[in-house]
Write a protein that binds this ligand. Structure first.
Ligand code: 6GU
Length: 237
């Protein structure tokens, strides 16, 4: 997969050299480039922003550098991803959809945002995504988050593909709690069932914990979970 990130703070993206994303880049599974938006300015001050029409606080990113940047790095078959607090909430399903794309372009807005005409006239499809109901300084950290969510879904990045199907949000539920050695620690024991060796019983316990956790912590997810799937657990148990 090819990814181009455009930002006025390219240094923000040094974490993408590390760990599993760095490894995916090293092995060629991920072809990632970071670009300084100011590359595509033409004035001596390398201006990227100006005051908002209609008044109000802060500054807005001017359209010209963005248009020039898209001409240089994108094509009509690219997908433009714009992190923004006014975007659609980013979910695991969105991560999977983005991971299936051949080429992503991320446009990191700063200040009060990017001139709307940039998104309305972009020469490729555009997705505005939000990480949640709060405001960040800019899209940079959001892009790092989104890249983590995407990269771990790329075929060949994770050794064990089961960890993708059995994790939180893969089936609309939160995952059950996990434990490792020692079996007894600080007076606290690992649940007996997990040490029983009975794989059917373990699967039922995990499923029950998963439903319980989701119902108590995320009633919104639990409400959206198909009731007939809960019934299936009862029959299995
Ligand atoms: Cl994706 N970007 C910005 N700038 N702020 C946000 C956000 C994204 N998600 C929540 N707040």
């Amino acid at each position: 997969m090819r990814v181009d990130i455009i930002s006025i703070f390219p240094d923000y993206f040094s974490p993408l050299d590390l760990s599993l994303i760095g490894k995916a880049r090293g092995t060629g599974l991920l072809d990632l480039s970071v670009h300084d938006l100011r590359t595509w300015t033409s004035d001596v001050h390398r201006t990227v922003d100006d005051s908002p029409y209609g008044g109000g606080p802060g500054m807005v990113m001017r359209p010209e550098p963005w248009a020039a940047a898209f001409s240089a790095v994108a094509s009509p078959s690219s997908l433009l991803v714009v992190p923004s607090p006014v975007g659609k909430p980013f979910t695991q399903a969105d991560a999977a959809a983005l991971a299936a794309q051949e080429h992503l372009v991320f446009a990191c807005g700063r200040y009060e945002g990017i001139d709307q005409r940039v998104l309305d006239s972009a020469p490729m499809p555009v997705r505005e995504v939000s990480l949640g109901d709060y405001v960040l300084f800019g899209g940079e950290v959001a892009v790092i988050v989104i890249m983590e969510a995407i990269t771990r879904l790329l075929p060949g990045v994770l050794g064990n593909a089961d960890s993708l199907t059995e994790e939180s949000h893969s089936d609309g539920l939160l995952e059950a709690p996990v434990y490792t050695k020692p079996a007894s620690w600080d007076g606290l024991d690992v649940p007996e069932v997990l040490r029983s060796g009975d794989h059917g019983k373990i699967a039922r316990w995990r499923r029950e914990q998963s439903l319980l956790r989701t119902a108590t912590r995320r009633p919104d997810l639990f409400e959206a979970y198909p009731p007939e799937k809960i019934g299936k657990l009862d029959r299995a148990a």
